[in-house]
Design a protein around this ligand. Structure first.
Ligand code: ADP
Length: 262
């Protein structure tokens, strides 16, 4: 029987006395899916990502990733979980500039105890796969944004994660570099990599995912096969006034690629 990669059941999280950042959220992501998580600023996307990454704990509900009850892990267990089960890609790459590209990429494997030679071999394979191998000995500071993001993706894949989590991976890139990263993610998904990408970039959501989950006011308001599908579901959802206020009334193919959902 296939096991979900992510299974959130009735997950709630509230900070201090504020309104719930997440309210009884349930979500299942299956192996091989590529899911875009969309929603206005403050809707709970980072909170959800942090819970899936084991960086935070829910107040209620369960978080299971690739069979691991992430909400039950302590600090040490959650660090091991992050290293072994998930790869993370961030808007600003989070690479170490005083290390070479190769040394950045091997880092997660070295932390996981892989021998240097084996880690170097895998890093070389990944850098070649991601067409960044000619920069193996360069320092990331000398690379373009798109190249840095390729390195960050290579690093994220180093430990063969069950789940690749990308948080605004094109947010700091120009259009061409963003399309390049988008193609890269699509290619990885075509090879079977499960991906969840949090983004405001609808072009990215359209081109490299086949499922769009919209979140507003800490609840999932739509879950569709395309951006449009999820958009029309969201418009019908009764609760999220904040979301409806920012949903464009007329969406044309001309403006949709650059539209920001905030
Ligand atoms: P998004 O990623 O969609 O912008 P967040 O998950 O960051 O949304 O935030 C959801 C809600 O939780 C917001 O109201 C935000 O102000 C609140 N929030 C997020 N992190 C914290 C925190 N560390 N302390 C207090 N409130 C927080």
């Amino acid at each position: 029987m296939t096991m979900p990669v992510i299974e959130l059941c009735g997950v709630s999280r509230r900070y201090d006395d504020g309104p719930p950042a997440l309210h009884e959220v349930s979500l299942t992501v299956w192996p091989g899916e590529a899911v875009a998580l969309l929603g206005p600023s403050g809707s709970g996307k980072s909170t959800l990502l942090n819970l899936v990454a084991g960086l935070d704990r829910p107040d209620a509900g369960t978080v299971t990733v690739d069979g691991v009850r992430v909400d039950k892990l302590g600090e040490a267990g959650s660090a091991v979980y992050r290293r072994s089960k998930i790869g993370m890609v961030f808007q600003f790459f989070n690479l170490l500039d005083d290390l070479t590209v190769t040394d950045n990429v091997v880092l997660p494997a070295r932390l996981a105890g892989m021998a240097r030679r084996e880690a170097d071999r895998r890093a070389a394979e990944l850098l070649e796969l991601l067409a960044i191998d000619r920069h193996a000995r360069t320092h990331p500071g000398r690379l373009s944004g798109g190249e840095r993001q390729r390195v960050a993706v290579a690093r994220a894949l180093m430990n063969r994660p069950a789940l690749l989590l990308a948080d605004e991976p094109t947010g700091a890139l120009d259009t061409a570099a963003g399309q390049d990263v988008s193609r890269l993610l699509r290619g990885l998904n075509a090879e079977g990599q499960t991906i969840v990408v949090v983004t405001h970039d609808l072009a990215l959501a359209r081109s490299c995912t086949h499922r769009t989950v919209r979140i507003a006011d800490g609840r999932i308001v739509a879950d569709g096969r395309s951006v449009e599908d999820a958009r029309s579901q969201a418009a019908l959802a009764p609760e999220p006034a904040a979301w409806q206020a920012v949903t464009p009334v007329n969406v044309t193919s001309a403006n949709v690629a650059s539209e920001d959902v905030r």
